[in-house]
Design a protein around this ligand. Sequence first.
Ligand SMILES: NC(=O)c1ccc[n+]([C@@H]2O[C@H](COP(=O)([O-])OP(=O)(O)OC[C@H]3O[C@@H](n4cnc5c(N)ncnc54)[C@H](O)[C@@H]3O)[C@@H](O)[C@H]2O)c1
Length: 342
Amino acid sequence: MSPNAPFEPLRCAVVGLGSIGRDHAAILDALPETELVVGCDLDPTRRAVLPAEVPFVTEADAVLDRDDVDAVWVCTPQHLHRDLTVAALERGLHVFSEKPIAHSLADADAMIRAAERCSEAVLVVGHTLRFHPDFVVAMEAVAAGQVGVPIQLSARWNTGDHEGTVISGRTTVPLEMAIHDVDILRQIAGEVRSVFAVASTISPCGPGPDAVAGTLEFESGAVASLDHSWIMPSTTGMFSDHRLAVFGDRGTVYVETRPTPAQIFGPDGPAFPNTAYRQANPLIPGGALATADRHFVRTVKHGAPWPLTLADARAALAIALAMDRSIVERRPVEMREIEGER
Ligand SMILES: NC(=O)c1ccc[n+]([C@@H]2O[C@H](COP(=O)([O-])OP(=O)(O)OC[C@H]3O[C@@H](n4cnc5c(N)ncnc54)[C@H](O)[C@@H]3O)[C@@H](O)[C@H]2O)c1
């Protein structure tokens, strides 16, 4: 379809209306280029996160069987991404899958094969940092030669226990958090050769581990350090502390998402509207999550390239799985070990 074709909103469904599905639903309901036609969650109480006029169902099949859906946002837990994505693609529906693409390489490969088979439908993986303006600027600066050859990289993302207390034990810090930065680091420095990671044995949020330190060794010879946790007490008012640094033979790029240009300390607590991709006011679509949703509409309707390929999403998953393996086995893990054992 040409960019000048008559305007027809992309008719969207969101399956999984938990923390991220709720945000997508609010964005898709508000954007002019999308129409939220149905929301779905196993848990009937999640109906409350949808606008009253949007239909709600508890079975994903009831979404797939509708004839007024163009695209499905898969916002269920990671181990459920595969079945829903494959079923939607086989019905010709476009799919925006939340990251990680899946929880295993076997599931990721099944999804990639389904996308190849059902080539009239688009499958993308929503790695949100690819749409975060600070990280986009950093990647563009490195690509433009500002840093020269990347030699040492570091990524640090500590978020609050509001997240950790819910997630700990259900997924892992590498699969849930580090994978965002792993994808960016791999985009900047290339393929990863080996991974070593350790986890703190102090787990305030649940079964844990809640805090992980890791290193990546790249094929290029560059190295990266990773520092991720979801432990900061929410009583501190700190939502997220996220940093990236790339040191090369010609220069350095830093991303520092805190402090932000706008900080508001009001009766409802602190708000950082310029950096939080979960918008303070979900009725005003903005931030990296909304940018990703809008870009998906352009990808579906006009073929705009998605900034990461399915192979990129799979590679980030493999690195995060290697971190988990390294934590358990307390040794460096070669990437070829992970690839050899699907
Ligand atoms: N892009 C980001 O920044 C970001 C942030 C948070 C989470 N995520 C990703 O989003 C996905 C969901 O995470 P979350 O934190 O929103 O989880 P969540 O537990 O808050 O929400 C998942 C929802 O899916 C529902 N669900 C489970 N099985 C279902 C099924 N078969 N059919 C319909 N609904 C079902 C659950 O009831 C729940 O409401 C994960 O892959 C996670 O990694 C991405």
